[in-house]
Design a binder for this molecule. Structure first.
Ligand code: MLT
Ligand code: MN
Ligand code: ZN
Length: 310
């Protein structure tokens, strides 16, 4: 299975349009210590020909342009190697790119029923897209293995299992948070071809049992690296809430994600969905050294991983 990080930043990207934090300033000035990053998305394929996008950011156009394997296949005037888009939540940074991919071709969208409902009722990407292109929408069950089909119905060689990552409702959804079961999921994707397993969880508020179990059997784990510390959003003046209150477990600290990741034997452990204020984005800084020293990688746009266990 091939895995490519299309975008490693959280919503806003790096630099973010309205931000003059140290990281955004460095990225804007071309300082190689802080590389620019586009917004959160991953591509995965069992054969290198048909690719599934895991979340679709507003930067998808540039992300596809940057990778020749994701260009239209040769031989036809119009076409795409995108076989489908799988959503882990309904957040704007993970879904608005679907509107950029509206000029025809047929591929499916996969999400939980509640995410589909939110993207019909409150951020009506589903109904809007339906006027432009054929985007059959499939409801994902939780905790059940599901063979991902190609647009024509043949099997893709990828098996998907969605697992719940706790209640988290996007800001634009005016509903009680208790209504949001399935509102934020992790994905476990297994290749029928080589047996490799990817776990993708770009939004994690706590490390629950489901995530633990999935991560322990993965070859590649792409996980929420939004904030370095719990008080970072407040200290940087971007929110009154803490990282945890915003639904993101911080990287550092004895109950942070890094302490857990450092004890896992997963070959590729990689942070994605990294907010532009996160100090671990600076290559020469002590935070990135601490991450590296724990055997974990601060993900970058264009990073590629291959899982092959047989
Ligand atoms: C998140 O990751 O928490 C959301 O994307 C936040 C947002 O876009 O407002
Ligand atoms: Mn986000
Ligand atoms: Zn910034």
């Amino acid at each position: 299975m091939r895995i490519r990080i299309l975008g490693s930043a959280a919503g806003g990207g790096l630099p973010q349009w309205n931000c003059r934090c140290d990281n955004c300033e460095a990225a804007r000035s071309g300082d190689s210590d802080v590389r620019p990053r586009t917004q959160s998305s991953v591509a995965v394929s069992s054969d290198g020909a048909a690719w599934f996008l895991l979340n679709v950011s507003a930067d998808v156009r540039a992300q596809l342009a940057a990778c020749s394997e994701l260009w239209p296949p040769a031989g036809n005037l119009r076409g795409t190697c995108i076989a489908g888009c799988i959503l882990t939540d309904a957040e704007i940074d993970h879904t608005s790119g679907l509107l950029q991919l509206r000029e025809g071709c047929r591929f499916g969208i996969f999400s939980t029923p509640v995410v589909r409902r939110w993207l019909t009722q409150y951020l009506p990407i589903g109904p809007i897209l339906a006027s432009f292109a054929d985007r059959p929408w499939t409801d994902l069950p939780l905790d059940e293995s599901f063979e991902l089909p190609l647009p024509g119905g043949a099997l893709s060689g990828l098996r998907l299992r969605a697992f719940d990552l706790g209640l988290d409702t996007p800001r634009f959804v005016p509903e009680n948070v208790a209504e949001g079961v399935g509102g934020r999921i992790g994905l476990e994707i297994e290749s029928a071809v080589d047996g490799g397993k990817l776990v993708y969880a770009p939004g994690v508020s706590e490390i629950n049992e489901r995530l633990r179990t999935a991560a322990e059997r993965a070859n590649c784990l792409l996980i929420d690296g939004t904030f370095w510390s719990d008080d970072e959003p407040q200290r940087m003046g971007i929110s009154k809430s803490t990282a945890r209150e915003m639904g993101h477990i911080p990287v550092s600290g004895c109950d942070g994600s890094l302490a857990w990741l450092s004890g896992l034997s997963v070959p590729h452990r990689v942070y994605v969905h990294i907010n532009n204020t996160n100090p671990m984005l600076r290559s020469s800084g002590p935070e990135q050294q601490q991450v590296d020293g724990s055997g974990v990688r601060v993900g970058r746009d264009g990073d590629e991983f291959e899982t092959c266990v047989r």
